[in-house]
Design a protein around this ligand. Structure first.
Ligand code: FES
Ligand code: MG
Length: 601
């Protein structure tokens, strides 16, 4: 009987017990017909009647790895160790697939699939006899998709990162996955390397199984999942092929069984305090510009209040401590060896920047887990007193061009600073004429055409690349300069847009602009040749066009039927476009957030 009940102490210290939800399938005397049906079919899978009726908790392993998603494929191996941990602790493991998401392989965008994987996983967790779940996370959107689904259903859940690839090397230098592509495409455009060398250089960055070894969206989201309390401490950054990764899988499997007994749920762990901790950690690690989108989505599915302005309020002043590409020089193996996420959190705790009582999956608080953790290599994880960059968090910007956008300040390089931020009278502001591209295809067609007349004073705008315009939002705002400027040494033109950009990019773009052009945001009204002013101190981005002219353009746009974007190619594109919100509020399926804590016993 004891095993059939989840027991935990309530706030007054009384033990409260709750029947496992899987019992409604396998041990329901009121509905013996259905119980028999459920039992005979799961017996068919190889479990014994005795096991299924024993009252052991049923633990799902939500499998995100497959041949379609190489970044997460190692989870197929790790699942065996998760299973052993589950069995050792007295649970029954049932593994099932999650809709695959491969960041670099999905057309038109992997962004389209985060909400689809979320929806499908909610259905599985809700509709099947699952008492707790191991979420196998990794490649960019797989982590938020899994966490969002666990948040909605709110059964005990624990995340297991697949871990980063080993470091990439080329001619004695570290090559980081993703990041090297942005450099290599410039070398190719300048004519410094040929196609063959381009491919070899890029491939050198990905030497093993695992996700991107840079501080891209994958390392960011797994680190933040640990900071949120959803992963065993220290486990986010273990490289995929390491022995310790297998051990983490085993312990994760063991722990979820205990979590079911304790009824420790996502809503107990991911509170507003955990999100504020994650924001501070994001600044200190130099996290991806996709993180604000995913955390906003996760918070909404939990019903936790979190706004874009929280990133500026709680994150901007936090310095960059982790020296990983693209903001710095090292890679995933180095980050792990230097102490990983706990070492960063330990450093922030000693500055009073962490809400230490936030609960985590191991049943202890974040403070207890990380208080004594220290960096073991001060060049990789810097001490707080000697940061790589001061105030390294995101700036949140607004103005007459959009209501909200962000800029990753930790990647503002010397070239950008000298060219745009060196006017002694106005050191944080710059302005110039814009050149406008309508989607990535338009950009690729025209960028190297000298007739465009782009100079080092121009600002490049990418629009039609948001969640509706380019369904899911394309990672295309970090545009390279035209080849004729690259050969003159001009690399850092300011880029602004309603799309996203890869977390592996070192471009200080202004991106995730909401509302996007496709839903009538003012970006739809800009024309090549308009002047734009950006003031980073005031957080303003304004078109220097008078209101009457903007109103005239608005009328013209509406008369023409609105901002044009390509037709949907699949049913899901059409469904997502009809429901998706803007990036500043997480780009979730609007309306889905009303389903909260839906697990029933
Ligand atoms: Fe999958 Fe970078 S492409 S983690
Ligand atoms: Mg990406």
């Amino acid at each position: 009987v004891k095993r059939q009940l989840a027991a935990r102490a309530d706030t007054k210290g009384n033990i409260v017990s709750k029947k496992l939800r899987s019992r409604a399938w396998f041990d329901n005397p009121e509905n013996i017909d259905m119980t028999a049906l459920y039992l005979e079919r799961y017996l068919n899978f190889g479990l014994s009647l005795e096991e299924l009726r024993s009252g052991k908790p049923i633990i799902g392993i939500a499998q995100t790895g497959s041949d379609l998603s190489p970044c997460n494929r190692h989870h197929l191996v790790l699942a065996e160790r998760i299973r052993e941990g589950i069995r050792e602790a007295g649970g029954i493991a049932l593994e099932f697939p999650v809709h695959p998401i491969q960041e670099t392989g999905k057309r038109p965008t992997a962004g389209l699939d985060r909400n689809l994987a979320y929806l499908a996983l909610v259905e599985l967790l809700y509709g099947y006899p699952i008492d707790g779940v191991v979420l196998t996370t990794g490649c960019d959107k797989t982590t938020p998709a899994c966490l969002m689904a666990a948040a909605t259903v709110d059964i005990p859940a624990i995340a297991l990162s697949v871990g980063p690839m080993l470091n990439g090397w080329h001619k004695g230098e570290r090559t980081g996955s993703g990041t090297i592509v942005w450099k290599a495409r410039e070398l190719l455009a300048e004519g410094t390397i040929n196609d063959e060398e381009f491919i070899r250089l890029v491939a050198s960055s990905a030497p093993s199984t695992g996700y991107c070894n840079t501080m891209g969206t994958a390392t960011t989201m797994n680190s933040l999942a640990e900071a949120l309390g959803m992963m065993l401490p220290g486990s986010a950054t273990i490289p995929a092929p390491y022995r310790d990764r297998q051990e983490a899988a085993y312990h994760t499997g063991k722990r979820i069984v205990e979590m079911v007994a304790e009824d420790l749920k996502p809503s107990d762990i991911m509170t507003r305090n955990s999100f504020l901790n994650a924001i501070a950690v994001s600044s200190a690690i130099g996290g991806s510009t996709n993180a604000p989108i995913h955390l906003a989505a996760l918070a909404r599915h939990l019903g936790v209040e979190l706004e874009l302005k929280d990133w500026q309020e709680h994150g901007h002043a936090v310095p960059l401590l982790v020296n990983l590409q693209p903001a710095g020089s090292y890679l995933g193996e180095d980050f792990h060896r230097a102490g990983g996420v706990p070492a960063v959190i330990g450093e922030l705790i000693r500055q009073g920047l962490i809400r230490e009582d936030a609960m985590t999956v191991n049943g202890r608080t974040l403070g207890d887990n990380c208080r004594d953790a220290e960096s073991e290599d001060h060049d990789v994880i810097h001490p707080y007193a000697e940061p790589l960059v001061e105030s390294a968090g995101f700036l949140v910007l607004s103005g007459n061009l959009f209501d909200a956008a962000i800029m990753k300040t930790s990647v503002i390089g010397e070239e950008f600073r000298t060219r745009y931020l060196s006017n002694p009278d106005d050191p944080d502001a710059f302005e110039g004429p814009v050149v406008v591209f309508d989607g990535p295809e338009d950009y690729h067609d025209r960028i190297d055409d000298p007739a465009l007349g782009i100079t080092e004073r121009h600002l490049m705008i990418m629009r039609g690349a948001g969640p509706v315009g380019y369904p899911g939002a394309a990672e295309v705002v970090n545009m390279r300069a035209p080849s004729y400027l690259l050969t003159q040494g001009v690399h850092a033109l300011p880029c602004i847009g309603d799309g996203r950009q890869s977390g592996t990019s070192a471009s200080p773009s202004i991106l995730n602009a909401s509302p996007e052009a496709a839903v009538g945001g003012p970006l739809a009204l800009v024309q090549t040749g308009d002047r734009l002013r950006i003031d980073l101190r005031q957080g303003k981005v304004d078109l220097l066009i008078d209101d009457a002219e903007l109103a005239r353009r608005r009328e013209e746009l509406e008369a023409s039927g609105g901002f044009p974007f390509p037709a949907s190619q699949t049913p899901w594109q059409e469904i997502q476009r009809s429901m998706v919100g803007q990036m500043n509020t997480g780009a979730i399926l609007e309306g889905s957030e009303k389903y909260q804590r839906i697990a029933t016993t």
